[in-house]
Design a protein around this ligand. Structure first.
Ligand SMILES: Nc1ncnc2c1ncn2[C@@H]1O[C@H](COP(=O)(O)OP(=O)(O)OP(=O)(O)O)[C@@H](O)[C@H]1O
Ligand SMILES: [Mg+2]
Length: 476
């Protein structure tokens, strides 16, 4: 692997990468940085959690002239949380060059954004809708733009932002550099590339292995009415440090959250109907470890980088293989181990096989743990915590009481009683989770084209837009 000294980067950027603990470049960085430094347009595809942000962020920063009062770099992302995260990473990379990246997104007070724009940031990281808003009001001018990046480009088309993206691309200087990045690059993205990019270089890392090898992938076969009890048992057995549970709709997410809380789990939820302050506080609590379980719609499927996530559970099977890749990509980042478990009903078996074919990997079946296995899992966890406490010496001031108790009761009974008190036992409090039909999986490309030309509508309110993509609920 190359190091960041190999590309003729400025000292300030190298210093930042060292400060961030980056020792070597990742594969996508090694390939993309030198090509992007030559101002070429790029379509970059590499697995989730492999440092695509720095792969475009570093060349973008290198071209910026700080304090020249104009926006020179623009990154567009599909969700608000991703805009905040990408701006943070670019700010950290640009800290010694004194370049400022400002996140601009819907749901945030517009006056506050207008004030922040007066400080003349060199880079803007935005969601498409709010960016268009500012461009219309002439509060953001892009005449001096040098670099534009569409992060998760395919998802923005999926979400029906095609027109907004085309408008933005047609309003920025034609000699700018354009880069598209994602872990998945389905065909219709090439359309956009042809129209708006200048002879782009297609950089792909390991196209055969779309998912990361260090994430263990398996599924549980469960029927809808058994799903929630199965989830609880699995959570008890795994005791994840930090887990994301994906569900198919906002209502399912709300109900799952309520149900998990009723049964004593530390969970929070995120979806597009929550206010932005609520979304921010949920994300902060999950990032700092206050909450162990994040229940989410696909709003959290793309790009989010929370290193502590050990487990991803697809409570509802993802709509298509791209969604699967991105959802499970929230764990197993930068070479860390991860576990991704998907709940599949009998009827969804074909859909699972379709995902396996697309990702060219077998997702093997595991039996749902029994109640006894779940209880054992919790008991083991309590025992581990006790041993850790002893290791830390935190128990010493309890020794006198312990001695007194040992005079009247045997040690084994005492310890067993203490374990029982500390162990979370299965809770079968009744909960309500409303069943919801999955949306139809994507049809073959040919069928999609046919449907598009006849303008036929699709089930569950989703329909094809001009690109042949299904329009999903906007979740930014
Ligand atoms: N060279 C490097 N060495 C070590 N860590 C790195 C390196 N480059 C980036 N990282 C870190 O790796 C993590 C994942 O990076 P990033 O979010 O850019 O991945 P990504 O490829 O965009 O993933 P996704 O497809 O999910 O959006 C981040 O925490 C980032 O700071
Ligand atoms: Mg990313």
């Amino acid at each position: 692997m190359a190091t960041f000294y190999d590309f003729g980067l400025s000292e300030s950027v190298i210093k930042a990468t060292t400060r961030m603990g980056f020792e070597e470049t990742t594969s996508i960085q090694e390939l993309a940085i030198p090509i992007a430094m030559g101002s070429k347009d790029i379509i970059g595809q590499a697995q989730t959690g492999t440092g695509k942000t720095a792969a475009f962020g570093i060349p973008m920063l290198e071209k910026i002239i700080s304090n020249n009062n104009s926006v020179q770099g623009l990154v567009i992302t599909p969700t608000r949380e991703l805009a905040v995260q990408v701006a943070e990473e670019i700010n950290t990379l640009g800290q010694f060059k004194k370049v400022r990246a400002l996140p601009i997104y819907g749901g945030q007070d517009i006056q506050r954004q207008i004030k922040a724009l007066k400080n003349k940031p060199e880079i803007i990281v935005a969601t498409p809708g709010r960016l268009m808003d500012h461009m219309r009001r002439k509060l953001i001018r892009l005449h001096h733009l040098e670099t534009i990046v569409l992060d998760e480009a395919d998802e923005m088309l999926n979400m029906g932002f095609r027109e907004d993206i085309e408008n933005i691309l047609s309003e920025v200087p034609s000699n700018r550099q354009t880069m598209l990045f994602s872990a998945t690059m389905p065909q219709p993205i090439k359309d956009l590339a042809q129209r708006f990019m200048n002879n782009p270089e297609f950089i792909r890392i390991k196209p055969k292995e779309i998912t990361v090898p260090n994430t263990e992938q398996y599924y549980y076969q469960v029927q809808e009415k058994e799903k929630f009890d199965a989830l609880c048992r699995i959570l008890d057995l795994h005791s994840p440090e930090a887990a994301i549970v994906f569900a198919r709709t906002k209502r399912r997410v709300d109900e799952l959250l309520e149900a998990l809380n009723k049964r004593g789990y530390s969970a929070e939820a995120i979806h597009g109907d929550l206010t932005q302050p609520k979304r921010d506080s949920v994300m902060n609590k999950f990032k700092n470890g206050t909450t162990e379980i994040l229940v989410a719609t696909d709003v959290a499927a793309r790009g989010l980088d929370i290193g502590s996530v050990t487990h991803v559970y697809n409570f509802d099977i993802p709509q298509d293989s791209e969604n699967y890749v991105h959802r499970i990509g929230r764990t197993g980042r930068v070479g860390k181990p991860g576990i991704a478990a998907t709940f599949v009903s009998h009827r969804e078996q074909n859909h699972l096989e379709q995902i396996e074919r697309s990702i060219k990997r077998k997702i093997y079946r595991k039996p749902v743990p029994t109640i006894n296995e779940a209880v054992e899992g919790q008991q083991r966890l309590t025992a581990e915590k006790l041993m850790q406490l002893i290791g830390n010496g935190d128990h010493l001031k309890y020794k006198d009481v312990a001695r007194e108790m040992l005079e009247s009761t045997d040690a084994l009974s005492l310890l067993a009683a203490a374990l029982k008190m500390l162990t979370k036992e299965p809770d079968l409090t009744p909960v309500k989770i409303t069943a919801e039909e999955p949306r139809a999986p994507k049809k073959s490309k040919q069928a999609e084209r046919k449907n598009w030309s006849t303008g036929s509508r699709h089930k569950a309110g989703s329909y094809k837009n001009r690109s042949g993509y299904k329009k999903k609920h906007k979740h930014s």
